[in-house]
Design a protein around this ligand. Structure first.
Ligand SMILES: [Cu+2]
Length: 147
């Protein structure tokens, strides 16, 4: 239960300092489920900043590190590497999605469970910290599709 309690503390701190963050909109934050023993997991989101900014990374209680990565084809091989930051042009939606820019949960303390929500504090160069939740799912949610 102590992990849960620290999440509540983080949320309260964020609510107190988050007033200036309405300028940044995060949509469709999701992460792939992982299996026990898996060290890293991928995540995706769309982010729109009203003012030009840079996404510098972030932190999460579920993993030791939260990194920004890019993926590209090198010959026949899909190559992944870490990037220091991601530019957020003013008013433009930047999409992190499978096959390109993405985030990585590295050094997972527990598996990312399907249907759970992973709290992440994103760090922006100018916008400061922004608290978001990544929903763990196998693929992005389709709009208005009910079973
Ligand atoms: Cu990666």
């Amino acid at each position: 239960m102590s992990a849960l309690r620290s999440l509540f503390v983080a949320a309260a701190l964020c609510a107190a300092t988050g007033a200036s963050l309405a300028q940044v909109k995060v949509e469709a934050a999701w992460a792939r489920p992982t299996v026990p023993g898996q060290q890293g997991g991928g995540g995706y989101l769309s982010i729109t900043s009203a003012a030009a900014d840079r996404l510098l990374g972030g932190s999460t209680p579920v993993a030791e590190r939260f990194e920004l990565h890019t993926m590209s084809m090198k010959g026949d091989v899909m190559e992944m590497r870490q990037v220091e930051s991601i530019a957020l042009p003013a008013g433009k939606k930047v999409e992190l999605k499978p096959g390109g820019l993405h985030v990585m949960f590295i050094g997972l303390k527990e598996p990312l469970k399907l249907g759970s929500k992973v709290p992440v504090t994103l760090k922006l160069e100018k916008g400061g910290e922004l608290k978001v939740e990544f929903e763990v799912m196998s693929r992005p949610a389709a709009p208005a599709h009910n079973h």
